[in-house]
Structure formats: structure tokens, C-alpha cells
Design a protein around this ligand. Sequence first.
Ligand SMILES: Nc1ncnc2c1ncn2[C@@H]1O[C@H](COP(=O)(O)OP(=O)(O)OP(=O)(O)O)[C@@H](O)[C@H]1O
Ligand SMILES: [Mg+2]
Length: 327
Amino acid sequence: MSDSPAIEVRDLVRVFESRKGFLFNEVNRTQALKGVDLTVEPGEIFGLLGPNGAGKTTLVKILSTLLLPTSGTARVLGHDVARDADWLRPRIGLVLGGERGVYTRISGRENLRYFADLYGVPPGEREPRIQAVLERVDLASAADRRVEEYSRGMKQKLHIARGILHRPSILFLDEPTIGLDPKSARETRKLVRSLEGDGVTILLTTHYMFEAEELCPRLAVLSKGRIVANDTVDALRHRVGGDRTIEVEAYGFEDREHAALRALPGVSKVASEEFGPRVRLTLRIRTLETTPAHVAALLPGHPELSVRERRTSLEDVYLDLVEEEAT
Ligand SMILES: Nc1ncnc2c1ncn2[C@@H]1O[C@H](COP(=O)(O)OP(=O)(O)OP(=O)(O)O)[C@@H](O)[C@H]1O
Ligand SMILES: [Mg+2]
């Protein structure tokens, strides 16, 4: 079993049906997943990106046995999520962003006691393990306060504590840093990396591109229920036209200037965007040949011309891929 992928999804479809209208006789069908294929190897931190409504949470819920697939298969740790849910549950950790999933009338520590018992943590280990997890998420000093008194970020930390308490082999993190302040978000990313050191496989969804870039060597982009990209960040940079980006700003450009920039060696794409009176052209470049100096030389006579080079970011890649999908 150890050499099977940690996650193996084949042609996964999930349809939601809800009733509406007079007498609830109209059925609304949403196909949240439209045939998803995905493989994640043991010990990986794998990123799942995609616009709102793409199907990320639906996929995470199926993989963590909270929802059943409509068709297709999903295997986690070599076991089918529909048939072997009871075997899988104690081996899976799940952190969903948001406020639900913890009890607000009792303290953080009492919440963790409840979940420790539910997940079968041995009674003799329970208290020290809870204390260690509370310290790991920086919640120890508030552990005995009622959760209703917690701030949003504190609740999110409690979610994370709950997700790792039973030492799962695989952890699903659905927007784990949503609502956290920058320092707590950074500590959470550090915690995620330390779990990688423990050999835990992690599937992480996020809307923060720097977070994905920092944590996930490989990632997939889900758009409208389909995987539209699945690779390393570097390979995805290549796919969207190169890892160099030059940005040029001025008070407008002529069509012939656009054309001249597009004709420079290695330039795969020139996108234009307005910022008030200024226009920014973003050039995606495949080779080393074309430099900011070459670009500036084609644009004489512009007052306050600015030309700067930077590495193509995951955000650039993501926006290009999602745009590619929309056209
Ligand atoms: N219980 C449900 N009943 C009906 N439709 C649902 C249900 N849950 C999700 N959907 C629909 O399925 C689609 C995918 O939703 P999902 O929550 O998986 O997206 P997401 O990628 O997680 O989005 P976000 O980035 O906003 O969290 C959406 O169209 C959503 O409206
Ligand atoms: Mg979601």
C-alpha cells in the first residue's frame, strides 16, 4: 500500500441538485466537478488553485469523506473514499476555512478533548498532546477561554489544531490562512512546512498566490469543475510564455509601438491595462535576449516612461491560465 499515490482521482464528477419554485418541482443541477483527474504523491504539499466556485471545496470534501462522488473514483492512501470511509476518517485531517466546525460554548481545550476522543487518541496521551498542539498553533494562553470569546483568527487556529491533533497521514487544508493576520498566517505556513518534515501529505487550497508559491512545488488549477493545469510552478511559467516579465508604463502607446514590442525576440505576449491616465504593458518573455534597454529603445519620446523587469510570478501564471480558460 505504501507505494500507492496518496491521492488518486479518476474522472470524478459531482452534481448538486436543489429544488426550487412553486411546490419545489423545479430541480436546479450544478455540476461542481466535471471529470477531474488528479494524482498526489505521498509526502507532497500539493496546491489546488481556482476561482470562486471552481469546485475546490467540493473536491476537498469528497477526498475527506464528507461528500460522496456522483461518479468516477477517488482513492486516498490507497482506499476508496466511498467504500472505506471508516478506515480513512482517523487517518485524515481536515481544516476548512470559516467559523463552523468547533463548539463555541466550551473552551478551545475542551473542544480538542472532544475531538481527541472522537479520533481515538489514547486517553493517556490526550492531555500532553492537546497542550503540544495548542502551543504549536500559538493558542495555549487562550486555551481555557470559551471559543465564543475567540477572534476569527483564534478560531481558525483552533481549526488547525483540531486538524492535526490525531496526527493524520494526510491533511486537507481549505484556505487555512483565511482571516489570519500576517504574522499568524506566516506562522501557519511555517507549521505546514514542519508537517511536511513529519511526512504528512498535504493538499492545500488558497487564493493567496505567494502562499502557494512558497509552499507548493506542484499545483493544479481548477476552473469551472475541470483541471486546466497541473504541473510545477516553473513548468507553468513556461506554459504561459516565459519566466521573465517586463512591465512598461507611460501615458498611452501607439499601435505601432505595441507591434514593435511584440516583434522583439522571445516575446510571447503583450497585455495592456489602464491605471487612471497611465497604461501598463506587460511583456511575457521566453529568452534572455530581450532586455529592458531594448524595450526602452523602441519607445522614444514618452515622458515619464518606466520600464522594469521582474520574474513572472505565480499570480501572473494563474491569471493567464484562468483567462485562457475564459476565452
Ligand atoms: N451544497 C451545495 N448545493 C448546491 N450547490 C453547491 C453546494 N456546494 C457547492 N455548490 C456549488 O458547486 C460549485 C463549486 O463550489 P465550491 O464550494 O466547491 O467552490 P470553491 O472552488 O471552493 O470556491 P471558493 O473559492 O469560493 O471557496 C459552485 O457552483 C457552488 O455553488
Ligand atoms: Mg471553497
